[in-house]
Design a protein around this ligand. Structure first.
Ligand code: SF4
Length: 360
């Protein structure tokens, strides 16, 4: 199956472009006060190393907004300033070097204030993300319109977009985040039919650990598979780097990104005569420790517990192993090449892996 992406307007954010035919950008957010620029920068540097494309910081007051210039001078990827309630902070953030600002229509909605922000955004060529959340939907929509929650978000977004367009401003990105999967899917599907601005995907407050990751993967998987989405953030109650790692898994599982080796492993069953879980964990750890594992080509490596599915998976993988009792049969480019002792399997796989990567 080939995913046909929705055609969206191309938007420049600092040194990258989103929308159009550009790759889907992974975003995350610093989780320390922005005014503590050393800690913020440390998190941003870790995110850069993990492969994050765009980072957002919270701007609660003027000190946060001013810290952006110091942070920007030492970072590589574009920075988005997250603004709520106080429109003046948006202008201060723009003047401090923010590459994009996020405005929440739920708390910055007066025409004159938006006009001032638009004027600064235009002067500095900074895009505005119309960033709606189900938790802070504008009051007029929350209480007075009989629409499903997702459609209220869409209506609120379209009204805000119209306001920006009336000010002759179209440097826009849109997000409509809900905390549940079905509302999020409905909101994004609807807005994708109604405008061509790039869409930043995400669930708001998706949760912690497995629950948050699974909810995000389901929602974004559905949308991305339908060609919807130009950037994404997997919001987790976790370290920012984990958000990037999960986003990469989501994109690579749909063939929408190339982030390094993919390990396919069988779930194990009564036929398994080796400890597959231990072997796969060790393999994953050692592969991740290789220099620049993420820049390695996107190759597939299959680890199978027996010969039932081993040869079949080996056909689709660049490298594979199907275990017996004390040894496994190693396959390379669909062909069996040799038997290896199970206790040596990880090292042998890594040896062959390195050869394949060098050849590619
Ligand atoms: S590949 Fe073999 S060991 Fe693994 S789950 Fe399938 S049948 Fe069981």
């Amino acid at each position: 199956m080939i995913i046909k992406r929705h055609k969206t307007k191309e938007i420049q954010i600092g040194n990258i472009k989103i929308g159009g035919n550009n790759p889907i950008a992974i975003q995350s957010m610093a989780k320390v006060p922005t005014k503590d620029y050393r800690k913020t920068l440390l998190q941003i540097k870790n995110l850069e190393k993990e492969g994050c494309s765009i980072v957002r910081v919270a701007v609660k007051d003027e000190e946060d907004a001013r810290a952006i210039s110091q942070i920007k001078s030492a970072m590589r990827i574009p920075l988005v300033a997250d603004i709520h309630f106080n429109w003046k902070l948006a202008i201060c953030a723009i003047k401090s070097g923010a590459d994009k600002i996020r405005l929440n229509p739920g708390n910055i909605y007066k025409r004159q204030e938006i006009k001032e922000v638009v004027s600064a955004a235009r002067d500095y060529s900074v895009p505005i993300r119309v960033g709606l959340n189900s938790g802070s939907i504008p009051k007029i929509f929350r209480y007075s319109i009989k629409l499903r929650p997702a459609l209220k978000l869409v209506k609120a977004a379209l009204d805000y977009i119209k306001l920006l367009e009336d000010l002759n401003f179209t440097n826009i990105v849109v997000s409509l985040k809900c905390s549940n999967v079905l509302d999020t899917v409905e909101a994004y599907r609807e807005i994708a039919q109604r405008c061509n601005y790039p869409l930043h995907l995400g669930l708001t407050a998706s949760g912690f650990s497995e629950a948050g990751k699974i909810k995000s993967a389901v929602a974004m998987g559905i949308l991305l598979s339908q060609g919807i989405g130009d950037t994404l953030r997997v919001s987790l109650t976790d370290q920012p780097e984990e958000e990037v790692r999960i986003a990469k898994y989501i994109l690579s599982s749909l063939g929408l990104g190339n982030f390094g080796p993919e390990i396919i492993s069988c779930p194990a069953c009564g036929r398994t005569e080796v400890d597959i879980e231990k072997i796969v964990n060790e393999l994953h750890e050692k592969l991740s420790a290789l220099p620049h594992p993420l820049s390695a080509p996107s190759l597939k490596l299959a680890v199978m517990g027996c010969v039932v599915n081993g040869p079949g998976e080996a056909e689709d993988a660049d490298l594979a192993i199907a275990f017996g009792k004390k040894e496994g049969l190693l396959y390379k480019n669909s062909k069996p090449i040799r038997k290896v002792l199970s206790v040596r399997a990880v090292d042998e796989l890594l040896k062959e892996w390195t050869k394949i990567c060098t050849m590619n």
